[in-house]
Design a protein around this ligand. Structure first.
Ligand code: C2E
Ligand code: CA
Ligand code: CA
Ligand code: CA
Length: 275
């Protein structure tokens, strides 16, 4: 294991990842992890690439386990979802991200990922409304990133919740767009404010012409629906330049900033930032 930020990173073989004993342990340890301060958030900047301005941050959850080191959200979020631990974790993430954003001098948005399981939580709307009130953040500063998973299971119920959130003034972004199933139908039916193109498309963009055509299609589609588009996983100047010229509205990725502790981005939070 190597040390990064005082948290060791262990790289396991695939078969270990699937180990039932290991998963059971993670689930058990997750219960105490929040109380023990092992869970924290990193923030990744999002930029308006047309005007070259900071537009927001996405909050991404991290777990530094005392014995096992850094554990990826790709690993523990699904476990938390199986056991409904995601409700406590998700509420903590919302509260933490909202209270952080309320401290900033620049009025950029804070994007928070919502699990489909959280969506089924009784009283999700009240939790969000109360958290915004207590932390004193205008609803329009909160953007919820939602995947299609939410819409598939009970789409009438989902539509009701999305409409209530929107009525409150909260922004809604469709996350991982293009990776799911029948995305196009959902775009028409559900009231999203933004479309996030999954990074797999951005990654493939330079490797083949089809990928660029798909991205072009997604941007055109969104424009037709009057919806801004954010491209995630932008790693190179070339990707950035192409996306910009194709009319993409926002970008996020290692090129412009990795997810980091908010203190590392203090310089972005004092004044309107161009790049
Ligand atoms: P996501 O919502 O699609 O988040 C984007 C992922 O891409 C993040 O991985 C981010 O660190 C990574 N990323 C950003 N820019 C680049 C880039 O330029 N290149 C590459 N290769 N990767 C980039 P991360 O933080 O490991 O999160 C993975 C997934 O875990 C997220 O995918 C999301 O589905 C889930 N997740 C993370 N934080 C939360 C959370 O607070 N709540 C929930 N429910 N899920 C979360
Ligand atoms: Ca996301
Ligand atoms: Ca994604
Ligand atoms: Ca996602």
């Amino acid at each position: 294991a190597k040390q990064i930020d005082g948290c060791s990173h262990c790289f396991y073989e695939d078969h270990f990842d699937k180990d039932i004993v290991y998963k059971r342990r993670l689930k058990r340890d997750l219960d105490k992890a929040i109380d023990n301060g092992e869970i924290y958030l990193e923030y990744q900047p999002q930029y308006d690439c047309q005007r070259k301005l900071l537009s927001g941050f996405e909050a991404l959850v991290r777990w530094c386990h005392p014995d096992l080191g850094f554990i990826s959200p790709v690993e523990f979020i699904p476990l938390a979802e199986e056991s409904s631990q995601i409700i406590k974790l998700g509420n903590w993430i919302l509260s933490e991200a909202i209270s952080e954003a309320a401290k900033w001098d620049v009025a950029v948005t804070i994007a928070v990922n919502l699990s489909p399981v959280q969506f089924k939580q009784e009283g999700l709307i009240d939790v969000i409304r109360e958290t915004l009130e207590v932390k004193n953040l205008p609803a329009s500063r909160l953007e919820l990133e939602i995947t299609e998973g939410v819409l598939i299971q009970d789409s009438e119920q989902a539509l009701k919740i999305l409409k209530s959130l929107r009525a409150m003034g909260v922004k809604l972004a469709m996350d991982d767009f293009g990776t799911g199933y029948s995305s196009l139908a959902y775009l028409q039916k559900f009231p999203f404010d933004k479309l996030k193109i999954d990074r797999s498309f951005i990654h493939a963009m330079q490797a083949n012409d089809q990928s660029l055509s798909i991205i072009r299609g997604m941007i055109g589609l969104a424009r037709g629906l009057n919806m801004p588009v954010l491209a995630e996983g932008v790693e190179t100047e070339i990707q950035h330049a192409i996306l910009r010229s194709e009319g993409c509205n926002e970008v996020q990725g290692y090129l412009l900033g990795k997810p980091k502790r908010i203190e590392e981005y203090g310089h972005l939070l004092v004044d309107v930032q161009t790049y």
